[in-house]
Design a protein around this ligand. Structure first.
Ligand code: PMP
Length: 358
C-alpha cells in the first residue's frame, strides 16, 4: 500500500531526491566521506551551496540586486531577524493580519520593541478570507509591511503580492515558496523555512533586496543579514546536510519544469480536492474561493469526533497526517510540490468512500 504524507511541515519530499540522498550518503562524489561529515569549507560543499543559490535564482528569476542567504532558526527566526535588520526606531511596521503566523510575526516584532500596526485583519471572519490591503499606506511611516503569503493553518493565500506603493514588502513564503509564481521584484524580503516545499527542517531561505540591508549595531551574528550577505552565508558553520538536500530538491524542480509547471500541477491537485469538498455533503472547506491556498487545504465535517474518526481511518489507509492544526481542529491536507496527483486522487477516493458510509 502506498503511503501519502499530507503533513504541513516537515513534509513530503520528492521520492527521487530521497533515493538520491540514500545513494550518495556513504560517499559524496566518490570522496569516501559522507555529506554528514564534509567540511563547510570543502570544495565539494562550495559547489553545493553555489549551485543551490544558482538554481534558486533561476527558478525564481531572482535579479542581481537581491541577495540569497541560507540562515537558520526557521520562519520564527525571521520573525525576529526582519524587524531587527529592517525596522528603525523612527518608523513602524505594518502587518496584514491574515492568520496565526502573521500574528506571531507581529508579536515577535513588538517583543523586540518595534511599533507594530495591524493595517487590516480578517480575524473577525475567522480568517476565511484575506484582509483587504488599504488603498494607501501613509508615506514615510512604515519601514515595511509584513504579509504571510500563504496561511498554512487557515488555508488562504495571496496569489499576487499586495500592492504597498513605496513601502517595502516583507513576505513569509514558508508554505508556498516555489509552489506558485511570484515576481521577486514586488518584494523587499522573502523568507521561508525549508521544511515544507524545499527540504528538511533546519535551513531558512532569505531573499533580500540588497539596498535594504545595512549594518545594524548590536545584532546577534546569527540574525545579521549584512554579515550573512558579506560572508556568503558562511560566517559560521551552515547546516551542511540541509543545504545539500535543498539543493537536490531545487535541481529536481528544474528538471520537472520549474515553478510554472509546479503551479500548473498544484492548481490541478488543489482544484480536484476543492471540487470534491464543494460538492460533498459531509466535508466542507470554509475559505472564499478567490483566496484559497494551493498548498494547505483545511476541511471539516463540523463534528470533532467524526473528524477524528476520519483521521484514524485515513491513517490506516496510508493517508498520513491529515489532522488539522491543533489550534483549529478539523482536517487539513497539505499538497506541496512533492505531493503527487496520485496522492490527491487516493485522498478523494478515501473521503468519498467515508462519506458513503456516514
Ligand atoms: N510561517 C508560516 C507560514 C508557517 O507555516 C510556519 C510553520 N508552520 C512558520 C512561519 C514558523 O516556521 P518555523 O517552525 O520554521 O519557525
Amino acid at each position: 500500500m502506498p503511503v501519502y504524507n499530507f503533513a504541513a511541515g516537515p513534509a513530503v519530499m520528492p521520492a527521487p531526491v530521497i533515493a538520491q540522498i540514500q545513494r550518495e550518503l556513504p560517499s559524496l562524489n566518490g570522496s569516501g566521506m559522507s555529506i554528514l561529515e564534509v567540511s563547510h569549507r570543502a570544495t565539494d560543499f562550495d559547489r553545493i551551496i553555489t549551485d543551490a543559490e544558482a538554481d534558486l535564482r533561476a527558478l525564481m528569476q531572482i535579479p542581481d540586486d537581491y541577495a540569497v542567504l541560507f540562515m537558520q532558526g526557521g520562519g520564527t527566526g525571521q520573525f525576529a531577524a526582519a524587524p531587527l535588520n529592517l525596522a528603525t526606531d523612527k518608523r513602524r511596521i505594518a502587518v496584514l493580519d491574515s492568520g496565526q503566523w502573521a500574528v506571531k510575526a507581529a508579536q515577535e516584532a513588538a517583543k523586540l520593541g518595534r511599533q507594530v500596526d495591524v493595517v487590516a485583519s480578517t480575524r473577525a471572519a475567522k480568517y476565511t478570507r484575506l484582509p483587504q490591503m488599504p488603498d494607501t499606506l501613509p508615506a514615510g511611516q512604515y519601514d515595511y509591511l509584513h504579509v504571510c503569503m500563504n496561511n498554512t493553518i487557515e488555508g488562504t493565500a495571496w496569489h499576487q503580492a499586495p500592492r504597498t506603493g513605496t513601502t517595502p514588502l516583507v513576505a513569509d513564503m514558508s508554505s508556498n515558496i516555489l509552489a506558485e509564481e511570484y515576481n521577486v521584484n514586488d518584494f523587499g524580503l522573502i523568507f521561508a523555512g525549508a521544511q515544507k516545499n524545499l527540504g528538511p527542517a533546519g535551513v531558512t531561505l532569505v531573499i533580500v533586496r540588497k539596498d535594504l540591508v545595512h549594518q545594524v549595531p548590536g545584532l546577534p551574528s546569527m540574525l545579521d543579514y549584512q554579515l550573512f550577505m558579506e560572508k556568503n552565508s558562511m560566517s559560521n558553520t551552515p547546516p551542511v546536510f540541509n543545504i545539500y538536500a535543498v539543493g537536490l530538491v531545487l535541481k529536481w524542480l528544474r528538471q520537472q519544469g520549474g515553478v510554472p509547471e509546479m503551479q500548473r500541477r498544484n492548481e490541478q491537485k488543489a482544484g480536484k480536492l476543492y471540487a470534491f469538498l464543494d460538492q460533498s455533503r459531509l466535508f466542507h472547506n470554509p475559505v472564499v474561493s478567490a483566496d484559497r491556498s494551493l498548498t494547505n487545504i483545511p476541511f471539516m465535517t463540523g463534528d470533532a469526533a467524526l473528524d477524528a474518526a476520519v483521521v484514524q481511518a485515513a491513517t490506516a489507509a496510508g493517508l498520513m497526517n491529515l489532522k488539522g492544526h491543533r489550534s483549529v481542529g478539523g482536517l487539513r491536507a497539505s499538497l506541496y510540490n512533492a505531493m503527487p496527483l496520485a496522492g490527491v486522487d487516493a485522498l478523494i477516493d478515501f473521503l468519498h468512500a467515508f462519506e458513503q458510509h456516514h
